[in-house]
Design a protein around this ligand. Structure first.
Ligand SMILES: [Zn+2]
Length: 259
């Protein structure tokens, strides 16, 4: 493509000098040398003096200048580049804003999620989809499994040692902190409650060591060496005799009529 532009400038200059239309299609063999000679004959030359648009002084070196059809791409990098470390969040979801105009973050969609899963990078997945997005600490009652009050307030209450009784079962100080997202604890559970659907969480406690783990190890018994195989006389392979289908069915205990 770059060579093509140079050739186009050369042939365009020849066209200007000679007044003839030049064929610049790739279906003809290119003869740049003869084109240069035509250009030199026409007194156009290959070297031109240029003056700097900044200083107004002549540029030191000669330039090759010629006409060239050029299409400027409308899409510019500066119009597209977008990045942020932290910034605005949507009120509803508490997730980072979407879109470059809103100084939004980069979207990690379903395909990106699949790629992270395929790489087995669980920590990156957790960081991108929860911690860097709408990480949220919810307080959950260990007894009945329901969410606490407004979670952040109840967490602050926990820190200050205030009485934090469960709204559902009334148990005192039975909250555990659940690391989750605001979309789950703040939005989804609230909408489900609005539909009269209650969600309860179960906590899996650390199990005590079982009797199996305390059992003494069985000592390894070394295997006895294998006895050498006794040479066996080759036996003649018996060719099964032809059996009609009725006999086969009869041997299977099946009565076949009209067979
Ligand atoms: Zn409770």
């Amino acid at each position: 493509m770059t060579i093509g532009k140079l050739l186009e400038m050369l042939y365009g200059s020849v066209g200007l000098v000679s007044g003839f239309i030049q064929d610049a299609t790739p279906f003809l063999e290119v003869d740049a040398r003869s084109a240069i000679e035509d250009l030199m004959k026409g007194g156009y030359g290959l070297e031109h003096d240029m003056i700097s648009g900044i200083t107004g002084l002549p540029l030191a070196h000669p330039w090759f200048v010629g006409p060239c059809f050029y299409q400027r791409l409308k899409h510019m990098v500066l119009d597209k580049v977008a990045a942020r470390s932290r910034g605005l969040r949507a009120i509803l979801t508490r997730q980072p804003m979407e879109g470059r105009q809103n100084q939004g973050g980069q979207k990690m969609g379903e395909m990106e999620r699949d790629a992270l899963i395929a790489h087995g990078s669980a920590m990156v997945l957790d960081d991108r989809s929860r911690i860097a997005s709408d990480a949220f600490k919810a307080s959950v009652c260990r007894k009945c499994g329901t969410l606490g009050k407004v979670q952040e307030e109840s967490l602050a209450g926990l820190k200050r040692g205030l009485s934090t009784s469960c709204r559902s079962c009334g148990t005192e100080n039975a909250f555990s902190v659940l690391d989750t997202t605001y979309c789950y604890a703040g939005l989804l559970l609230g909408e489900l409650e609005a539909m009269n659907i209650g969600v309860k969480h179960k906590f899996r406690t650390t199990e005590a060591p079982t009797a199996c783990s305390k059992a003494p190890l069985v000592p390894l018994v070394p295997l006895a060496p294998l006895a050498p195989l006794a040479p066996t006389a080759p036996t003649a392979t018996e060719v099964p005799a032809f059996r009609p289908m009725s006999n086969i069915f009869a041997s299977m205990g099946t009565e076949v009529a009209n067979c």
